[in-house]
Design a protein around this ligand. Structure first.
Ligand code: ATP
Length: 242
């Protein structure tokens, strides 16, 4: 028989408003363990709000989100967020020190050698081994984002939440990062929830694409075969555009 899939995140009847303006209305969604899910939708439709709720950075007005069947009440090491801004790195620390920081503070109390080994492994995964002694200000935007991804994953969270992480990068850098991210995702089997307003980016990356609009999920489009044809693009744009 086929795989038994299990949901790692369950969102039930979730609503959220800001100052009486309803942003998300009765959202229901289950995210499978190991899945790469993209959320797309027009600007201001509540994508970041939904991601922040999943990460425990804010509370819903009603409804519930569970991570491995436990209600999400606050941010946790199991569910890490990567933002669009590059300046999440500590400027006074080298690339390697930035990567080792979360490991040194992890409740697993890694030995020194293990910390070095893990940081080296992840630097290799994001192809930045030769830059381990560089400081963030010596790196390009794309490189900083590679470090941010490595730092988020080095403590092996269950879920990675990414809020338009490549939004301000050029096309070439973006495609390189897509490849790196897909490689790491396959290797680590982390569940990834990725917010973007770029249809092509969603088609390149996602197993499933959630289209959010007017406070509700308009459609969920399967994309296991990463079909980037014009027909598929149009299928999404049909729901996505105003
Ligand atoms: N803290 C807040 N207080 C009041 N309104 C807010 C707050 N945060 C977001 N909003 C509003 O809620 C709506 C949804 O915002 P959100 O950032 O979730 O949208 P988004 O889909 O991520 O947008 P974008 O694609 O432009 O980043 C927007 O209209 C925004 O102005």
């Amino acid at each position: 028989m086929g795989n038994v899939m299990s949901s790692i995140i369950k969102i039930k009847n979730l609503s959220k408003s800001y100052e009486k303006r309803l942003i998300l209305e009765q959202i229901n969604l289950e995210i499978e363990s190991g899945e790469f899910l993209c959320i797309i939708g027009p600007s201001g439709c509540g994508k970041s709000t939904l991601l922040n709720l999943m990460g425990g950075f804010m509370k819903p007005d009603s409804g519930v989100i569970t991570l491995q069947d436990k209600p999400v009440k606050q941010p946790s090491r199991d569910c890490i967020m990567v933002f669009q801004e590059f300046d999440q790195l500590f400027p006074w620390q080298t690339v390697q020190q930035n990567l080792e920081f979360p490991l040194k503070n992890d409740k697993k109390k890694y030995a020194k050698e293990k910390i070095r080994q893990l940081s080296n492994d992840y630097l290799e995964m994001v192809k930045l081994k030769e830059f381990s002694h560089f400081y963030p200000q010596q790196l390009s935007g794309g490189m900083k984002q590679r470090v941010a991804i490595a730092r988020s994953l080095v403590t092996t969270p269950k879920v990675l939440l990414m809020d338009e992480p490549f939004g301000s990068l050029d096309f070439q850098t973006k495609s390189e990062l897509h490849q790196t991210l897909l490689e790491i995702w396959k290797k680590t089997q982390t569940t990834i929830v990725f917010v973007t307003h770029d249809v092509r980016e969603a088609l390149e990356l996602a197993d499933r694409i959630v289209i959010l609009k007017d406070g509700v999920i308009k459609q969920i489009i399967p994309n296991q075969n990463k079909d980037q044809s014009e027909a598929k693009m149009n299928e999404i744009i049909k729901y996505h555009s105003p």
